[in-house]
Write a protein that binds this ligand. Structure first.
Ligand code: HEC
Ligand code: HEC
Length: 404
């Protein structure tokens, strides 16, 4: 519209100007705005970030994935402090429902402080790797680690199995879920099934549609909502995100993560002077684990789910690489980075604004020079990132009932 204002000064041009305004009024407001408009390839990328919520298939490695009894059993376990060695700590103490399933602490504290930030549990179903370093390859095996970790629940397989065997309600739910009572002798088998029920519950945690999703769906239908419902600043930020920012290369798809591992320099915490090794150590732990998808507890008879793990032996990884986090509901999950040292979204963006993409181990399609985003571009990017959050937490605790 700015170019037209100069024409207003000149009476000779008034008719053209009026005609232009009239034409503009017939168009939706977003189309009349001079900037930003998206190219076809940008629109294709924007559409690839949806639709949302994404449909997720049941996990073939977990035979109770998606089953109602398992979800109910898993819900109980998640909130049950008796699962911990000392009976004082549940999963929900660190993954707090009202805090979008994180704790909003820099680094989480269970039986001892940990060296990493607590990730949210939203939108984890169907991920390929779990944990900041991807040391687990299924949601159920990832759920066993905190039970056994001395800094978290600090329990043993025996402790967990005895709890489930001896508590009437838990053993009833176990039987309904798995079709047989907990094995009286095999502690590990009971523990693994506890992990599978916990996973069935966590799979149900997904975040709702955001202002971005409304805008994306309107673009998909060929209409776009009025500028008032998705601000021009958010649209400009989106253009940077899918364009010169190169963000979409790693924060890809409907959940804004490729699920793979990179080094960004965002987190530098080095507990005891030793940098967090990240991915290479994660691969080593995963390949050693009895609970990985190559092991005896994978319920997927076809073996297809284990293929990515088998390939890991040949994977290239560098120290300092961490899993790309989802950007959904970011607003609710501060502080940021795997060490939780970054307090605000603006601070993350400032980090990227000066970053040399070569240090990101840039892949094809990423810009080859530092981004050099100016203050306006940075603030647009922040507005866009905020539009990936929803302020409703759809999860409500169920009213208890007895199992019989
Ligand atoms: C003491 C705090 C604490 C407790 C208690 C805790 N967690 Fe976590 N959780 C964390 C931290 C920290 C991480 C990141 C660990 C890492 O990457 O090494 C994490 C990671 C996870 C992840 C991986 C998320 C992702 O993005 O890949 C899942 C799933 C998870 N926890 C589930 C659970 C379950 C289930 C329980 C209870 C059995 C539990 N957690 C108990 C702190 C905790
Ligand atoms: C090369 C892959 C890659 C690119 C490109 C990339 N990111 Fe990231 N991003 C990551 C990884 C990996 C992390 C976690 C880093 C860590 O904590 O050490 C991360 C973390 C973040 C976080 C913190 C999220 C949280 O929950 O802690 C935000 C916000 C973010 N990125 C936004 C962006 C934006 C905006 C861009 C574009 C300017 C971008 N990213 C480009 C890989 C990437």
């Amino acid at each position: 519209m700015t170019s037209n204002t100069t024409q207003v000064q000149r009476p000779a041009c008034r008719r053209t100007w009026v005609a232009l305004v009239a034409a503009a009024m017939l168009l939706p407001a977003w189309a009349a705005a001079a900037q930003p408009l998206f190219s076809d390839s940008e629109i294709r990328t924007i559409l690839s970030h949806g639709p949302w919520p994404a449909r997720v298939p049941a996990d073939p490695s977990n035979r109770v994935s998606g089953k109602l009894d398992a979800i109910e059993f898993g819900t109980r376990l998640f909130f049950d402090q008796r699962l911990s060695g000392r009976g004082t700590l549940a999963c929900a103490n660190c993954h707090v429902p009202e805090r979008n399933w994180t704790d909003n602490l820099r680094r989480s504290a269970g039986m001892a402080e940990m060296h990493r930030n607590t990730p949210t549990l939203m939108n984890l179903a169907a991920s390929r790797w779990y944990g900041w370093d991807g040391a687990a390859d299924s949601l159920w095996s990832q759920s066993l680690r905190p039970i056994l970790d001395a800094r978290e629940l600090a329990a043993t397989p025996r402790h967990v199995a005895q709890l489930v065997r001896n508590d009437a309600d838990l053993s009833c739910r176990y039987r309904k879920t798995f079709g047989a009572p907990p094995s009286p002798a095999d502690d590990e088998a009971v523990l693994v099934n506890v992990g599978k029920a916990l996973a069935a519950f966590q799979e149900t945690l997904s975040s709702g549609p955001t202002p971005f999703d409304d805008f994306r769906d309107a673009l998909a239908k060929g209409t776009a909502p009025a500028a008032t419902s998705y601000s021009e600043a958010a649209q400009r930020g989106l253009k940077i995100f899918v364009g010169k920012g190169g963000c979409t290369n790693c924060h890809a798809g409907p959940n804004f993560t490729s699920g793979e591992f990179f080094s960004t320099g965002l987190s530098r915490h080095a507990p005891g002077g030793k940098p967090d090794p990240g991915r290479p150590e994660g691969i080593r732990k995963l390949l050693q684990s009895r609970f990985n998808l190559l092991g005896p507890y994978n319920d997927d008879a076809t073996g297809a789910s284990a293929a990515p793990v088998r390939q890991l032996a040949f994977a290239k990884s560098l120290p300092g690489e961490f899993k790309v986090p989802s950007l959904r509901n970011l607003f609710l999950t501060s502080p940021y980075g795997r060490d939780g040292n970054v307090d605000s979204i603006a601070e993350v963006v400032r980090h990227y604004a000066q970053l040399d993409p070569i240090r990101l181990h840039a892949k094809d399609g990423l810009p080859a020079k530092p981004l050099n985003l100016d203050a306006n571009e940075q603030s647009d990017l922040v507005v866009f990132l905020e539009s990936l959050s929803t302020f409703t937490n759809p999860w409500r605790p169920e009213e208890g009932g007895h199992c019989d």
